[in-house]
Design a protein around this ligand. Structure first.
Ligand code: SF4
Length: 345
């Protein structure tokens, strides 16, 4: 059986043509899938025999809602989905004045080991398929009744550790007969896998690359992000400058403010120095309190922002959404896995 929602429209069309069907059937099937059809029997503009044949050869993914938490403070919705194999992933829907943004997961768990992150505590279980990433957007839209205008790949997982599936997902979600979400409305976050940033640059996509930086010096960054031991800050910034040169796209730097660790003035100065020469944007993130974490929220967010701005950088403080729900990435999945019997595998 083949996962039909991980196929591009062109691949579906080719497969149907090989069955002796007309090419326009490919567009019909693709459009059904991207409107949320969960079975071929719903596709009532196809012949019964074709529906039966598709049902024998393909399956349609559709995650189940295990939990849904709605913030009473700001309406942020967090979904915990169960996938076909019983694994769980999280998706968060946030409403801003410019539209609705869905933050999706790209892997079940994560192997990158960032010290402030609940998603990595039990490691990576597996990569998500393109259909499983797409379903998070599609079924969040259908369940919430809110049109999704923006996607951020910033949930559980490192997208560039699942590059092939992520690129395929981007192609599918961008298709005009599907959800039709423009590349400029998509952000992809990475913890800094340098060769993968260089490979992504070659794709020349118009998405926003968002680097989870969290410290501008290697001593601090290695302490909180093990990836820095493989690709240190200097190599990372060199790759960012190359990325900008190739794509012309401004890079966004994510910076979770951790008390006494990365919130000193000298670190703001060093960050500005590293970004110098390209139009970077720094997104300061007030840290959520993760019970298991040794890191606590910084009390110097405003001062750090001012210091960056004094160097001519744009720095914004991310509105902390969903403060009354388990909005921090990985927390809800972890609780569910513990409730089911011990750990996150
Ligand atoms: S912050 Fe992102 S890359 Fe780092 S462990 Fe968490 S999910 Fe993985």
């Amino acid at each position: 059986m083949t996962d039909i929602k991980s196929m591009t429209q062109e691949e579906i069309t080719d497969a149907l043509c090989a069955m002796g069907e007309s090419a326009f059937r490919g567009k019909q099937v693709f459009s059904w899938l991207h409107r949320g059809a969960t079975s071929f029997s719903e596709m009532n503009n196809l012949s019964k025999s074709l529906r039966e044949r598709l049902d024998k050869e393909y399956y349609i993914t559709a995650p189940l809602v295990v939990r849904k938490q709605v913030s009473k403070l700001d309406g942020t919705i967090k979904y915990l989905w169960e996938l076909r194999d019983g694994n769980c992933i999280e998706t968060v829907l946030m409403s801003y004045h410019h539209g609705n943004t869905v933050c999706i997961s790209s892997q079940v768990g994560c192997r990158m080991g960032c010290k402030f992150c609940a998603s990595t505590i039990a490691g990576k279980v597996r990569d998500l398929t393109p259909s499983e990433m797409l379903d998070q957007v599609l079924f969040t839209q259908l369940d919430s009744g809110k049109d999704i205008s923006n996607i951020v790949l910033m949930g559980i997982g490192e997208p560039l550790d699942n590059r092939e599936n992520v690129l395929r997902f981007l192609e599918i979600v961008n298709h005009s007969d599907g959800l039709n979400i423009g590349m400029r409305h998509i952000s992809l976050s990475t913890c800094g896998i340098v060769p993968a940033i260089d490979t992504l640059a070659q794709e020349n996509l118009q998405l926003t690359l968002s680097v989870s930086l969290h410290a501008p010096d290697s001593v601090t960054r290695s302490r909180i992000m093990p990836v820095n031991k493989s690709y240190d800050v200097e190599e990372l910034f060199a790759a960012c400058h190359r990325y900008f040169k190739k794509t012309g796209r401004r890079i966004s730097f994510e910076y979770a403010m951790i008390d006494g660790v990365n919130d000193h003035d000298w670190q703001a100065d060093l960050l500005a120095e590293r970004i110098h020469g390209m139009p970077g944007h720094v997104n300061l993130i007030p840290l959520n309190d993760v019970v298991e974490s040794e890191f606590k929220p910084s009390r110097r967010v405003a001062a750090f922002q001012k210091r960056l701005e004094s160097h001519g950088l744009t720095a914004t403080v991310r509105r902390s959404l969903g403060g009354d729900i388990d909005a921090s990435c990985g927390q809800l999945r972890r609780k569910e896995m513990e409730a089911r019997g011990g750990n996150a595998e």
